[in-house]
Write a protein that binds this ligand. Sequence first.
Ligand code: MG
Length: 364
Amino acid sequence: MPGRFEVHALSAGRNVSLLAEQIREFHPALVSVAQQPAADKLKRLLGGATKTQIEVGDTGLRLVATAGEPDVVVAATVGVAALEAVYAAVQSGARIALANKETLVAAGHLIRAAAQLSGAVILPVDSEHNAIHQCLRAGTPREVRRLILTASGGPFRGWSARQLLSVTPEAALKHPTWSMGQRITIDSATLMNKGFEVIEACHLFGLPQERVDVVVHPQSLVHSLVEFVDGSVLAQLGPADMQFPIQYALTYPQRSPNQRAPLDLAAAGQLTFEAPDLANFPCLRLAREALQAGGAAGAVLNAADEVAVEAFCSGQIPFTAIPAVVEEVLQQSGTLPAGKMEEIIDADQNARQQARAVLSKVPA
Ligand code: MG
């Protein structure tokens, strides 16, 4: 949609060759990269032939999220790296197209409070929440009975506890329906991603977790559903292609035509649904417990999970130890204050240390 949008600022981690291409195509006023060596490399790649300002680190990310009073900020950074930048963008009152669920998992109540003060509208890019956002347009908040998040079930759906013991990182990185980054793909395999999404839904839509259910739907074509008080249920369907929710968040409240391949229900054949296996995939329960515990428990949940996922990917711990490590860290942390962003960042850092200590005791 080149006629419709102008790219004011971009951020990247280390992939400076792609960023250099994007700078040549979109001529943003400002870009930011994770660290100074990446900025130096980017400058070399551009060869001085650019007016784009190059910034670095947390400060750079915050500038990208707020400078030039953007109409829309697309927050798609993985993990809690963008926590403060997203918070600043919400405080500025911009529309946020939010793909970064960790922000809401770790600091949902702060983000919500800031959005209420500034008037910032948060539009979910996460496919499930994007679906719910679309379905909610059919009724008023009082008419909603519950939200139903769909889950693909991941590559190990139906596996026994014994089978799960032998899961390798390579197998866990093969998601059946979506193509995504490493962390979220492993989180999908453990169902922690769905746990995060329950927390995300509660914060986005202001509902208690008892009114957010999860159903496994392996085809990933029904992206989520809303049940209204009269028992009517609305679902949103579409191809498993993130460009659809991204476009919705960018063009809302309008809809624009596109050239993407449409949903072919006859080709899909069957849509099936089943209950999640909470015994073999305890992460969903852990996420609900963290939400119930309140305070900084969401930040602890996310941080411990990130460390455990890295340890699994590097072969340090078995797949089934991921929830065990997270549960141990959650128990050790107890209830932590989360009235300020600094407290959440402290909780995140401490949980990482605790998780590393717990990891060192896990038999490989
Ligand atoms: Mg999702």
